[in-house]
Design a protein around this ligand. Structure first.
Ligand SMILES: Nc1ncnc2c1ncn2[C@@H]1O[C@H](COP(=O)(O)OP(=O)(O)O)[C@@H](O)[C@H]1O
Ligand SMILES: [Mg+2]
Length: 242
């Protein structure tokens, strides 16, 4: 047993047959996916297919009504969102949702947690995104979209997440800023950070990520490695329309 678990470590996050509704309207119909420690995994699909709802179910923001969600071995399906966050899930939400009336620095410090070895600090976030140091005294609502996304990522990192989740990592951002975000995710991966990323940029995602899941109408319809996805233009066409 011990040997088997060394070869095949337990998933950091595991969703099994998750079903989620908004009121009477069911949106997820048995979503199963897993992320191993240190993996970068994507969830892709067209708009309205259930990506954000999957994230909201994981985070306890829209609790799943059936199935199981396990994080690092604990069942988190029915936990309130603040407890899920505390267990080590850090979310960069769709639309960023930074605090508009706090400065950049205050936004970052507001979520700071822990000061152990390897903990994220203001200096480390500034090292990753020098722009945030330059804009430290600016109010959150005066930032460009790209700066807001950097801040949202920095804010999530300040909680020292064991799993970082980005919902629409580069949506609506200029090409140069996108590049900067992808570079940042590449660096985080190299440092061993586990990441679940939602985005539509197959070129960047197949370079950075280990594995991919396609979701359509609340169901996982395909999963595979970056190589599998690159070798399957029909899958990209069918589920992403490209
Ligand atoms: N708060 C909500 N109330 C009711 N329906 C919702 C709500 N949020 C999303 N939906 C519906 O759930 C489906 C999946 O949405 P979502 O998870 O946001 O998709 P994606 O992130 O893949 O674009 C869509 O049909 C959407 O209209
Ligand atoms: Mg979404």
């Amino acid at each position: 047993m011990a040997e088997a678990s060394m070869v095949d470590p337990a998933p950091l996050l595991q969703l099994d047959k998750v079903e989620t509704c908004y009121g009477l309207s069911q949106v997820l119909f048995g979503v199963s996916l897993s992320i191993m420690p240190g993996e970068v995994v994507t969830l892709m699909g067209r708009n309205g297919m259930g990506k954000t709802t999957t994230v909201r179910s994981i985070m306890g923001l829209t609790p799943a009504r059936a199935g199981s969600i396990r994080f690092s071995g604990s069942d988190i399906r029915a936990l309130p969102s603040y407890r899920v966050a505390k267990l080590g899930l850090g979310l960069v939400p769709e639309g960023r949702q930074i605090f508009p009336n706090l400065t950049v620095r205050e936004n970052l410090v507001a979520t700071a947690r822990g000061d152990g070895e390897g903990a994220w600090t203001l200096d480390k976030v500034h090292g990753l995104f020098p722009r945030l140091a330059e804009r430290g005294g600016n109010m959150g609502n005066l930032l460009s979209g790209g700066e807001q996304q950097m801040l949202a990522i920095g804010r999530a990192l300040m909680t020292n997440p064991r799993l970082l989740i980005l919902d629409e990592a580069t949506e609506g951002l200029a090409p140069l800023i996108r590049e900067e975000i992808w570079n940042c995710l590449g660096m985080l991966k190299k440092a061993g950070q586990s990441i679940l990323v939602i985005d539509k940029n197959v070129d960047a995602l197949t370079e950075i990520a280990d594995r991919h899941y396609m979701i359509e109408r609340g169901r996982v319809v395909w999963s595979g490695t970056s190589r599998d996805l690159l070798d399957a233009p029909d899958i990209q066409h069918r589920y992403l329309g490209i």
